[in-house]
Design a protein around this ligand. Structure first.
Ligand code: HEM
Length: 211
């Protein structure tokens, strides 16, 4: 199964010259995904704004808790081969660790994972759909990090995860490259889009949307 998934992805992280090509070819899949999930993103933004997470440190602590739990849930059942191909072998563990350190900075207890480590359930198409949301968030993070700075938080205290996301645009570009190189067909495309929509819904629930 994993082999079947991974052969559809060509690993090209860090390959000089490939990026420009694939950006031209593949712009369309990312763009289609963006258009298909615009309303999901707007809803998520409204949820985040309504909860005032960036108003003070106490509410920002809740943002961190919910971000950690959202990421744990989103990453729980992804296809490992696709994950490694898109982000490398350590990115997920590093991101979760940064959220945990941010929580420790703010003296908020780090919760034990509530999502059991499960068997990978999602194939390459679904995994790309999930990662579109978790990795695309780095674009919005550039804006959110300025809000965190107003609370006196930064890359060495309280906003490690957000700052890393905001600065690490190479990861987003590598991901877009893998997304564009994926061999789709109508059935895989629709599962990819559906996985993105579901991941936005998952995020909205974690950040406090009424269910
Ligand atoms: C109030 C909270 C948020 C704001 C203000 C915000 C803002 C933005 C902005 C301005 C962009 C576009 C940046 C650009 O094109 O250069 C963006 C992109 C994106 N954001 Fe957010 N965001 C928020 C929360 C989130 C969250 C929590 C997630 C995911 C869990 C998320 C996922 C995405 C994705 C996937 C994109 C990429 C869309 C694309 O260009 O393909 N955002 N966000």
């Amino acid at each position: 199964m994993l082999e079947a998934n991974s052969h559809r992805l060509r690993r090209q992280r860090g390959t000089p010259g490939v990026m420009e090509n694939s950006a031209t070819v593949s712009h369309s899949r990312r763009e289609r995904l963006k258009q298909a999930t615009l309303e999901c993103h707007r809803r998520l933004e409204r949820v985040v704004d309504a909860h005032g997470y960036f108003v003070e440190r106490a509410s920002y602590g809740r943002w961190l808790l919910r971000s950690l739990e959202f990421h744990r849930a989103a990453f729980a059942t992804l296809c490992p081969a696709t994950l490694v191909c898109c982000l490398g072998p350590t990115a997920i563990a590093e991101r979760l660790a940064l959220f945990e350190r941010d929580l420790e900075d703010l003296e908020v207890p780090v919760p034990a994972p509530s999502v059991a480590i499960a068997e990978p359930k999602q194939d390459a198409a679904q995994t790309l759909g999930v990662l579109y949301v978790t990795e695309g968030a780095s674009l919005g993070a550039r804006l959110l990090v300025t809000r965190a700075r107003r609370l006196g938080l930064n890359e060495t205290f309280g906003a490690r995860a957000l700052t890393r996301q905001a600065l690490d645009l190479q990861s987003w570009r590598s991901f877009v490259e893998a997304l564009e190189n994926f061999e789709g067909n109508p059935e895989r495309e629709s599962r990819l889009v559906r996985a993105s929509e579901q991941t936005f819904e998952l995020a909205a629930r974690h950040f406090g949307a009424p269910s």
